[in-house]
Structures are given as C-alpha cells and as structure tokens.
Design a protein around this ligand. Structure first.
Ligand SMILES: Cc1cc2nc3c(=O)[nH]c(=O)nc-3n(C[C@H](O)[C@H](O)[C@H](O)COP(=O)(O)OP(=O)(O)OC[C@H]3O[C@@H](n4cnc5c(N)ncnc54)[C@H](O)[C@@H]3O)c2cc1C
Length: 446
C-alpha cells in the first residue's frame, strides 16, 4: 500500500493495522467511515475506483437518513433540486394516465429541510468522502479488496489488489454494493438469481435551467420526479424515471435481469426507446448526453437477506440486499446501515469484543432503529407478484388508458353507454376469476 498516513516512516510495521476496515466507498461505506472516524477510530476505506466514479443512482436522496449522518448537509452539499412534486405515469404506446402529488410542504419550511433532493452521485459521493476524510478516515482509491483474511471463523482483515496490500483490523464492514463477492466468499450470501436483480441504464442530459423549469412547471430551486410504468419497459418487468436536476435531467430505465436475458433488446436500446416515447420525447428534446451509466439494483428483499454479521464482520447497504425496490429506497437504507455498523464497531472497541454476539448489536439496531427496513418484510412478495402476473405491466395500463380515453371523448354516446363499453373491454381483457386472483395476490403483496 502506498498510503500509510498513521505510520511514521521510521517505524514501518510488519503489517498494516487499523481499528476498522471498510470495503467500498459508496453511501454505506462513507457513512460507516464518517461515523467511526468521528469517534476516533483509526479507519481505512478501500475503494476500487474513486468515490462517485462507480456509483449510480436515479437519484432521489432522502433527507432524513442523510441528515442523521451529515447534519444539515443540504446547506453545503452539492444537492440538485428539492423534490416538491412526485408523479407516476402509466404509459401505453401513445398515452399516459398520470397521478401526481405536489406540495410546497415538501420544500424547506422554516427550520424543516426538504423531504428529499435530486442528486448526482458523482458529485454527492465526493462530498460524502470529504466528510469522512475531514473526520479522520483514510480513503484509499483504486484498490480492490480481493478476499477476506480469516483466522478460523473470524474475519481479521482483507487482501487487496496492491502488492503487499494486506490490511488487518478486528472489525471489517463490507459495503461492496450490488455485486457482493466478499460476502459470498465468506459464505454469508448464496448465489444471486437473475430474477432478484434489475439492470438499469441511465443518462444525464444537459438542458438550460430555464428550459427544465418551463417543461416541468417549476421555479428555480424546485424539482420534480416522474416514475414511468407500463409501456416504458416494453412488456418486460421494469420501470423508468425522469428526475430534474439544476441544469440536467436524469432519465433511466430498470428492467428485471431475467427479462433482459430472455429478450433481444439491449439496455441501451431500451433507454433510447423510452426517450422516443411521445410522452417523454418533448421533455428530453435537445438534451445533450453528459453521462451514460449502467448498474444493477438488488431486488431480492427480505427473503434474500444475507447473513448481515459474523465474527469480526458486518455487511451493509446493497451488499446486504437492503433495498425496497417498490419505493425506490436504497440509498437511505445504505446510509443508515453504514451508520449503525459504524456505531456497532465503536461499541465493539469499547467492550474489546468483536465476536458475532457483540456484532449482533448491528442487526438488532438496524431493524429496530430503521422502521423503513421493516417494510422489506411487508413487501416480501412484492417482486414475486408482477413476475407471475404480467397483466400488471400490460393489461392494466391498457385498460386504464382505454377507460380514461372513453370517458373523456365526446362522441355523442351517453355516459351509461360508455360505462358498458369499458365493462365490455374489462371482461374481454381478463376473466372474472383472473381479476379476483390478481386482487387477492395484490393484497398478499402488501
Ligand atoms: C439506476 C439506479 C437508480 C437508483 N435510484 C435510487 C434512488 O433514486 N433513490 C435511492 O435511495 N436509491 C436508489 N438506488 C439504489 C442506491 O443507489 C443504492 O441502494 C445505494 O447506492 C447503495 O449504496 P452502497 O454503499 O451499498 O453501494 P454503492 O453505492 O454501490 O457502493 C459500493 C462501493 O463499493 C465499491 N466496491 C465494490 N467491490 C469492491 C471491492 N472488492 N473492493 C473495493 N471496493 C469495492 C464500489 O466501487 C462502490 O463504490 C438506485 C440504484 C440504481 C442502480
């Protein structure tokens, strides 16, 4: 390792030892690092790229979780726009049924910060990294952790891609994101199946702020999110999104990896298809591509949670499958899990015990202190339902569009006649038994 800031040159030790090792410098890793370093622990973060370079998010960043680690972050951090309006558009090839909610209460209200912000991870993660280093953590970029180092069942350090790059600590916090190779190497996570992953593709398109404001009907300092369901994923299981930033918009599409494998279409083509949709094209028209990225989201949820702690080790964020895909909550759980793992590491140092029993503190606090993680249990069947019932992505959007068009078209027919037409269409699309079944299954889902 080239960076040895805590070791005077005259006394190069046999091995690099820290109080805590953090693998990965994303939302969870940097929250863990900031927490540990602030408490005076000698903290090292090993990151295979540079913070922000390899991290992808839609990206809506929730204030509550971020504020818990970085108080009043929004006053200084490079956030884009506070989100005042959230929309869901159900698309067919030529229409959109739109549901939305806007409230000025989502913005800054006296000493109350906005509910959430749009962000670009390349900028945000750099800011998070700055907070961690200011607190005293060492972030070593361009360094991949290749394997855990164990003493019996206990994790005592990690091997890195650097020559003589073994690092030791009594506790290691794994924050390696969606591809949990170390967690798997430790036997804490099994094989991840393709239906538990969604593959996302995103572009950041530059547009003048005034154009963004005019198109999305906001003023400077206000932002909008639009989630796109139905035709956005071309019959496959997935969702698109458009989020407004200061002088860019983020547009993306995530589709079940399973469906991509079975289809002929590439993620790049899916995104271009979405950009060309008649409801979307006017919003992105003239946008110059600033960033193109692709990333996975782990969607296995509650039923695929790995073992989150062991002797000398804890697992956070996406590596721990702590994502609620239905409500696009991932960064908040990553941040909270990093914070709680950091607090557990501090506690372990206080009691000088790094065994599984002490680190169980992490698991208990995670599910006690982060109520939204309990949602994972509530939604444990959520991803199963649309996989089994493709009517959700195809039939229902078509029916919703048909019903709206019928009721809003003045063609001389009475409203009663129109209700009959809609009923006929509904009965043609699916059997009564099918609707009852879908209804019961969707109840089970929530
Ligand atoms: C397209 C997309 C849109 C999303 N939108 C939203 C959203 O709007 N709101 C929201 O809350 N969440 C969203 N999420 C989810 C959110 O981005 C993640 O839940 C969150 O980033 C997880 O943080 P993390 O720290 O666990 O992982 P990451 O942020 O992915 O960080 C993992 C880090 O570990 C590093 N790493 C991996 N392996 C190694 C290794 N062996 N050695 C060293 N370093 C390693 C990686 O380089 C990376 O920097 C989205 C995700 C995607 C993909």
């Amino acid at each position: 390792m080239s960076s040895q800031p805590t070791t005077p040159a005259a006394a190069v030790p046999d091995r690099l030892e820290y109080d805590v090792i953090i693998v990965g410098g994303g939302c969870s890793g940097l929250a863990a690092a900031t927490t540990c370093a602030r408490a005076g622990l000698n903290t090292i973060v090993l990151e295979r790229g540079k913070p922000g370079n390899k991290n992808v998010m839609g990206g809506v960043l929730y204030t509550k979780s971020t504020n818990d680690v970085y108080p009043e972050f929004w006053r200084d951090a490079p956030v884009e726009r506070p989100v005042l309006e959230q929309n869901l558009w159900v698309l067919t090839p030529d229409s959109a049924v739109k549901v939305g909610y806007r409230s000025q209460k989502f913005g800054e209200q006296g000493d109350q910060p906005p509910n959430c912000f749009t962000v670009l991870r390349s900028r945000m993660d750099n800011w998070f990294a700055k907070q961690a280093t200011t607190a005293g953590a060492l972030i070593v970029p361009n360094t991949t952790v290749t394997e855990p180092i164990r003493d019996g069942s206990r994790v005592v350090g990690v091997r890195t891609s650097r020559p003589l790059g073994d690092v030791y600590a009594p506790v290691t916090i794994i924050c390696e994101g969606v591809n949990p190779q170390l967690t798997q190497a430790l036997g804490m996570q099994g094989e991840i199946e393709t239906h538990d992953m969604s593959s996302c593709t995103k572009e950041v398109l530059a547009l003048p702020p005034q154009v963004i404001q005019d198109r999305f009907h906001v003023v400077p300092g206000e932002g909008v999110t639009i989630e796109l369901f139905g035709d956005s994923s071309a019959g496959m299981l997935g969702m698109g999104w458009i989020y407004t930033n200061r002088d860019t918009i983020s547009i993306g599409i995530g589709v079940s990896l399973d469906d991509y494998i079975k289809s002929e279409i590439t993620p790049y083509d899916m995104l271009q298809r979405l950009k060309a949709h008649p409801m979307v094209a006017p919003l992105v028209d003239g946008g110059e591509v600033r960033e193109y990225s692709s990333h996975m989201i782990p969607e296995g949820g509650w039923r695929k949670l790995p073992q989150l702690y062991g002797d000398g080790v804890m697992v956070c964020g996406d590596a721990g499958m702590l994502v609620n895909a239905v409500h696009r909550e991932g960064s908040n759980h990553a941040t909270w899990s990093g914070k709680i793992a950091g607090e557990t590491a501090i506690h372990a140092h206080e009691v000088r015990d790094f065994g599984k029993k002490t680190l169980a503190h992490y698991y208990h606090h995670l599910f006690k202190d982060v109520p939204t993680l309990q949602d994972l249990r509530k939604y444990r069947y959520a991803m199963e339902f649309p996989v089994k019932h493709r009517s959700v992505t195809n039939t229902y959007p078509d029916l919703a569009s048909y019903a709206m068009r019928e009721m809003l078209t003045m063609d001389g027919a009475t409203k009663r006649e129109k209700e009959f037409r809609i009923l006929r269409q509904v009965l043609r699309a699916r059997s009564i038994f099918g609707y009852v079944y879908d209804g019961l299954e969707s109840l089970r889902m929530i």
